[in-house]
Write a protein that binds this ligand. Structure first.
Ligand code: HEC
Ligand code: HEC
Length: 499
């Protein structure tokens, strides 16, 4: 909490995702494409296929332009966005892996230099040297994945690093190997897509030859994704594996979408590239491209979601607050923890809003993505400040609220001001249903998956009495803050056998 908070107006994670997905796509594509170019060149020499050689020559320039320019621009773009959205985590990553980054930058330099020589020196280098330059390009590109994979996987599973603080413990962490294989498989698949896209410019019969050759890359890449993801998932932290059990609709949809895209891509590649390459056409290639990007984006999204409530597991929360700082912030208040926070004296509402941006804004917006205005409908300030004590019980994905009593009251008042509404209904049961929606539905459902409550047929007076002692039933439950009439209506609703 040592930096000014960048107030975007929407969760910064979305911005990182937009830049990152593009960069991840380009960078994996650069690795696979490198191998594809060199192996295709070698194939052309060994089959004495001058048409194929002409194809590689032509597209090597297009490839280098695309990967070097877009790769560099989006890569720098990622540094800018993560530095602004999560300065604490970015600073921590730089400090922990300073030599990793240094090696990464050297590799990047080698990669770009080799790529330029490869693309522009077809005539000045002999075949053997040209192939070697191509291999240098590919090896540097893949080695940069080998390095950055250690840092990315460390964020999800820092493993023994948490106790030892040792570089290698963090680097070769529990998800290092499966992730390296998955990313390599993605790179191979994307190289196949690159081959298919470029083949569309070629006349028959070279076109069919390239389509079938590139098709093998695509099929190999996609087909290995399923077993590799199972291995990867197996090494996830156990708490985040639970996110995949259907509790979170967003995760469920992403999994389904990713599976459909993988299946469609595999089927299309088999039919249109391997079995009937004559039928391959730009429309199918476009579908494959979109499916490829979607699979990649889904994977990144699920990996990021699995990291919740942390950005670096057990070390820094997703809202950029260090776990080690929590105790002192709870004792002394947010304003004391950061020179950038303006304090509460003049305008308590503005202070509440500031706390919202700092603690909730990385994942919630006020009115758009995971809109707070919808969530807090009908909240009163007392209820809001009580809920803040139980955020991890509301959703396991959320960090705890940190701050002193004064902060909690200020944020509570701000949240309650977003969408004031008084529960009402034509009859007592309807009123009770609304009271349930406001006070209980954050954590419970009736007949659903989330902590289902089944009090059908219970005496309403008994339930109404129990509302006064919720905290005794479970310390994770906030006290009921509604009026007596609301409590009674809630009891009637919960006991109704025909809910
Ligand atoms: C690390 C990301 C993250 C942070 C930070 C975060 N939340 Fe959440 N929050 C979530 C996710 C994810 C959900 C679940 C959304 C879903 O179920 O689709 C959620 C859901 C909620 C819900 C329940 C919504 C419902 O539909 O019942 C409440 C209440 C809530 N958040 C309040 C807060 C408050 C207040 C803060 C700040 C003090 C906060 N959150 C900070 C990620 C976060
Ligand atoms: C912040 C989350 C949270 C809120 C809000 C909440 N509860 Fe709970 N409740 C829990 C937890 C945690 C348990 C423990 C059992 C579990 O984990 O399933 C629990 C258990 C219960 C139980 C006993 C177990 C059972 O299934 O019968 C009852 C009854 C109950 N809650 C009623 C309510 C009612 C009524 C409300 C609304 C006024 C409410 N709760 C609001 C978190 C919450």
């Amino acid at each position: 909490m040592n930096y000014p908070v960048w107030q975007l107006g929407f969760p910064g994670g979305l911005l990182i995702a937009a830049v990152a997905v593009l960069h991840v796509f380009i960078s994996h594509f650069a690795i696979g494409g490198g191998a594809y170019l060199v192996l295709t060149e070698r194939r052309a020499y060994s089959h004495n296929d001058s048409e194929l050689l002409g194809y590689v020559r032509l597209h090597s320039k297009f490839f280098v332009l695309l990967t070097v320019v877009l790769g560099a621009v989006t890569g720098v773009g990622i540094w800018f966005t993560i530095g602004l959205v999560s300065p604490e985590a970015t600073s921590s990553l730089i400090h922990t892996f300073v030599w990793g980054w240094a090696i990464e930058w050297v590799l990047f330099f080698v990669e770009i230099a080799a790529a330029l020589i490869y693309a522009y020196h077809w005539d000045t280098l002999d075949r053997q040297t040209h192939l070697i330059v191509g291999w240098i390009y590919f090896v540097a590109a893949w080695a940069s994945l080998v390095v950055i994979n250690g840092i990315i996987t460390y964020m999800l599973t820092p493993g023994r690093w948490l106790e030892t603080g040792n570089f290698w413990d963090g680097f070769f962490n529990p998800t290092y190997w499966p992730s390296l294989f998955i990313r390599t498989a993605m790179a191979v698949g994307l190289a196949g897509i690159f081959g298919l896209v470029t083949a569309m410019w070629e006349p028959s019969p070279l076109r069919e030859r390239v389509v079938r050759w590139a098709g093998w890359w695509l099929v190999l890449g996609i087909a290995s994704l399923l077993p590799l993801s199972r291995w990867y998932f197996h090494d996830f932290p156990s708490y985040s594996r639970a996110y995949f059990s259907g509790m979170y609709t967003a995760v469920h949809h992403a999994l389904l979408g990713g599976a459909v895209c993988t299946g469609v891509a595999l089927a299309l590649a088999l039919v249109f590239a391997l079995i009937r390459p004559k039928l391959m056409n730009p429309v199918v290639v476009a579908v494959l491209l979109v499916a490829g990007i979607s699979v990649m984006a889904t994977g990144e999204y699920l990996r990021e979601f699995s990291r919740y409530p942390y950005v670096i597991n057990s070390y820094i929360y997703a809202n950029d607050i260090r776990v080690g700082q929590v105790e002192s912030i709870v004792a002394n208040g947010v304003a004391k923890a950061s020179p950038w926070v303006e304090g509460s004296a003049d305008d308590p509402h503005a202070y509440g809003r500031e706390l919202f941006v700092i603690e909730c804004g990385s994942c919630h917006s006020v009115a758009g993505y995971r809109a707070m205005r919808k969530i807090t409908r009908g909240w009163d300030a007392k209820f809001a400040s009580e809920i803040l004590l139980h955020l991890p019980a509301v959703r396991e994905t959320m960090p705890p609220f940190v701050g002193d009593e004064h902060d909690r009251a200020a944020l509570g008042r701000y949240l309650a001001s977003l969408m004031p509404a008084t529960p009402s209904g034509a009859n007592e049961k309807e009123l009770g249903q609304q009271v349930f929606a406001i006070h209980c539905a954050l954590c419970h459902s009736v007949g659903g998956q989330r902590r289902p409550l089944d009090l059908k047929g219970t005496d309403p007076e008994g339930i109404a009495g129990m509302l006064g002692t919720l905290g005794d039933i479970n310390p994770d439950m906030p006290p009921f803050t509604g009026t007596d009439a609301e409590g009674h209506a809630l009891a009637v609703y919960l006991s109704d056998p025909r809910q």
